[in-house]
Design a protein around this ligand. Structure first.
Ligand code: PA5
Length: 328
């Protein structure tokens, strides 16, 4: 679509709905298990799959997403640890795999292979296609994680309808690419501040990270109701090159809507964009917004003449780290 899109990120965006279906209908190799809690360990474009799953499910058991070298100390043989690393080489995630093994936890991996798959020999491993930027593999990583939890008996069949709706609705979202392009031009040359209500925190964070990695732009995210206790003070002094994006949810509680309205009154005269997801179910809302945000981040890269695919700073840092291999 843009000449600067040398690795064809657009094709991966077009394939987003297809990847979702492929991953959901693949088998994870898991059968129902009894666990007391779940931890998803991963970083960056891999970890976000865990955030979205957790926020969507809001499960009736402890569920933590662990970003870093160490698992929570309460992980035990009663924990299911889902290790997600697209490359299979992320040292923080490998370190968590080592700790999960030591804790005797039940383990399952999601990724394209690499060291993680070798460390998890003898445990289920959901293999997704290789050769993608990790963040573009989000549909695979997200639905593989859903598959794992479903096969493990940890997602109730009541949610099947939400899953079907989301899978059916996503291809339609692609047709909104034009609206995404229009909105992108409003964010061009701006710093985007994203504010999200409960239920869309992970979506807001994904949008921020896509602006960072695809569009190579700084961006900031904050959450309601917490931001009403700090961020709103002085918000009117925010530099004029800031564009505010408010994510809105069909499930916003009244108290949150009152806060959103107040926030908007403080932002009068500023560039404010409100984004709403599609569909009836919470999953459709979340995934349609994620897809929409991904497309916006793509257009912003294109408009700035920047190739959305390479993430030079991340690659450089990984090289620096590999000079002193992490002890496993
Ligand atoms: O988008 C990216 O490239 C990063 O955020 C990676 O996802 C992150 O560095 C972790 O790598 P991986 O997803 O391969 O575990």
């Amino acid at each position: 679509m843009y000449e600067c899109d040398r690795s064809n990120m657009w094709k991966l965006l077009e394939d987003f709905p297809k990847m979702c279906r492929q991953a959901f209908f693949a088998s994870s190799g898991l059968s129902p298990i009894k666990v007391s809690n779940v931890v998803v360990a991963g970083m960056g474009g891999s970890a976000i799959a865990g955030d979205v799953v957790k926020e969507w499910l809001n499960p009736p058991f402890p569920f933590e997403v662990c970003r870093g070298y160490h698992l929570p100390r309460w992980v035990s043989k009663d924990t299911l640890v889902i290790l997600i690393s697209y490359s299979g080489e992320t040292e923080e995630t490998l370190s968590c795999a080592k700790e999960a093994k030591m804790a005797g936890a039940k383990m399952v991996g999601v990724g394209s292979g690499g060291t993680l798959s070798r460390m998890l020999e003898g445990h289920p491993f959901v293999r997704v296609p290789t050769g993608l930027p990790p963040r573009a593999a989000f549909p695979y990583l997200f639905f593989s994680t859903v598959r794992v939890l479903k096969d493990a008996g940890l997602i109730s069949a009541e949610l099947d309808e939400e899953i079907s709706e989301a899978l059916e609705l996503l291809p339609l979202v692609k047709e909104r690419a034009e609206r995404a392009r229009e909105l992108s031009s409003k964010m061009l040359d701006k710093i985007v501040f994203i504010y999200a209500p409960p239920g869309l925190f992970s979506v807001a964070f994904r949008f921020k990270t896509q602006l960072n990695e695809n569009s190579k732009m700084p961006a900031k995210v904050d959450y309601l109701p917490e931001l009403c206790h700090n961020e709103i003070v002085g918000i009117r002094s925010t530099p004029s090159n800031v564009c505010f994006v408010l994510l809105r949810s069909r499930w916003e509680e009244e108290r949150i809507s009152i806060r959103m309205d107040f926030l908007k009154s403080l932002l009068e005269g500023r560039e404010v964009i409100e984004l709403r997801g599609e569909g009836k179910g919470r999953l459709a809302e979340m995934l349609s917004l994620i897809y929409f945000g991904d497309i916006i981040s793509y257009h912003l890269a294109g408009m700035r003449g920047i190739d959305p695919t390479p993430v030079e700073e991340i690659a450089r840092l990984k090289k620096v780290l590999s000079a002193k291999p992490f002890p496993l």
